[in-house]
Write a protein of this length. Structure first.
Length: 450
């Protein structure tokens, strides 16, 4: 579907992946002798790959892959996206010698069972330095005493949205984890997954960034504690960033796939990279096919040239710019033709790890406002497709700056209440309104401006 506007819609994401790819070498480097494992045996790269990939390998290709096994010296991780027999996507990783990694990718990409392969890149959270909240004691008692500090809720009409929305959507927060024991998030945070420390449930947040994002989406309303979230929703934490706010592109791909399979309605990505990763792109497309709306941050490099950030610039993602309390683009907010929407991003007050509350600024803070809006639309119109949700959000945005779409704020400030009304009307009158969100049929998502 396409909007009756110069630019088609896309879905949203809120973080910046600062990816660096190891230096490339010739594919022949893969054929080096296998590295020795600690017990003296040859380490087997092939044995770590999915069965369908192993079945596709010729003897020569298998030998080349095993010859790339990690040993002494720099190591790189190669990510591989495959489709299982049940139609679901699987993202696997293998560690190899850094110099051999590009050749390993070449070998894998030639196999019919491999949808994409890539050398892992570095991912970081994308927000300005948060500052401690120092004004709690000066606020008069109210239903939620910090609500008056949350200018962003008024800007997006959170109260009106909550009064009209129905259902309780699930928003996956791919981030540094979420402090599920926080006083303002009790009963809100589901048990998720931890792709940094295996075996975890996503409730560990040594950074605070993910907890801030989660609180913006759905901090408890009316409990007499702290502030409020934009909507009433459940948070599905997917920990992909460590305590320093750093992760990998393979973790993002795995996290998106995991969230889609776990039933997320919306995925918020407050992270990004300046290079498109093919495995991540496959994961994003898979999530959309499963009915998930994707939201990402534009990036915080508006003062340094606004390099294109992914996944915000990916065709399946709604890209969000940050606004100041004056509803102007924050000077740090990256610009680009792929910008879809703008939302409050500066001086945003929300929950913080350790039962705290802090202000933070960045496109990471803007994205969850849009993710919450998208979640309200999905829950209220459960038969709507991700494309219909995206179309409604951009069609009803409050235009900012020059008339029409612009590189600074996209189509304008998100107006979820208007979008909700428009989506309900469109879905009710659409001949495809019976399409189920869980459909795995290909989705023709409109492309970003280039």
């Amino acid at each position: 579907m396409r909007l009756p506007t110069p630019r088609p819609a896309a879905l949203l994401v809120t973080a910046v992946l600062l990816a660096t790819a190891p230096g490339g070498t010739a594919a022949a480097d893969v054929a080096a002798p296998p590295a020795a494992a600690p017990d003296g045996s040859a380490a087997g790269v092939v044995a770590e790959l999915p069965a369908q990939v192993q079945d596709d390998l010729t003897a020569g290709a298998a030998e080349r892959l095993d010859g790339s096994a990690a040993g002494a010296g720099p190591v790189a991780t190669v990510a591989v996206a495959t489709t299982r027999e049940d139609g679901r996507m699987e993202v696997s990783t293998v560690d190899v010698r850094a110099a051999a990694a590009p050749g390993v990718v070449d070998v894998l990409e030639d196999l019919p069972s491999v949808r994409a392969a890539s050398v892992d890149g570095v991912v970081t959270a994308f927000d300005e330095t948060p500052s401690p909240l120092a004004r709690i004691g000066s606020l008069a008692a109210s239903a939620d005493p910090l609500r008056r500090e949350q200018w962003g809720l008024g800007a997006v009409g959170a109260e009106a949205l909550r009064s009209r929305a129905t259902g309780v959507p699930v928003v996956a927060v791919l981030d540094s984890g979420v402090d599920g024991g926080h006083e303002d998030l009790r009963g809100v945070v589901l048990r998720g997954t931890d792709l940094v420390t295996p075996g975890g449930d996503g409730w560990a947040d040594a950074n605070g960034h993910g907890t801030h994002v989660a609180g913006t989406v759905s901090a408890t309303v009316g409990n007499g504690l702290g502030g409020e979230g934009v909507v009433v929703a459940q948070i599905l934490p997917v920990r992909v960033l460590d305590g320093s706010g750093t992760g990998s592109t393979s973790s993002i791909a795995k996290g998106v796939v995991w969230a889609a399979d776990a039933g997320a309605d919306v995925v918020n990505l407050s992270l990004g990279t300046t290079a498109s990763d093919p495995v991540v792109e496959q994961a994003l497309a898979y999530a959309v096919r499963r009915g998930v709306v994707l939201v990402a941050a534009m990036g915080n490099q508006g003062l340094t040239g606004s390099p294109v950030s992914y996944p915000a610039a990916s065709p399946d993602v709604l890209a969000v710019a940050a606004l100041t309390p004056d509803l102007e683009r924050a000077d740090y907010s990256s610009q680009g033709a792929h910008a879809d929407l703008a939302a409050p991003g500066s001086e945003v007050l929300s929950t913080w790890r350790g039962n705290g509350y802090r202000y933070a600024s960045g496109t990471s803070m803007a994205a969850p406002h849009v993710a919450a809006a998208a979640a309200a639309l999905v829950a209220s119109s459960p038969r709507a497709t991700p494309q219909q949700v995206a179309d409604a959000l951009v069609a009803t945005a409050d235009d900012l700056g020059a008339p029409g779409h612009d590189v600074a704020t996209g189509y304008g400030l998100v107006d979820p209440t208007q979008a909700l009304a428009v989506l309900r009307a469109r879905v009710a009158g659409s001949p495809t309104s019976s399409q189920c969100l869980a459909s795995t049929a290909p989705l023709a998502v409109a492309q970003h401006h280039r």
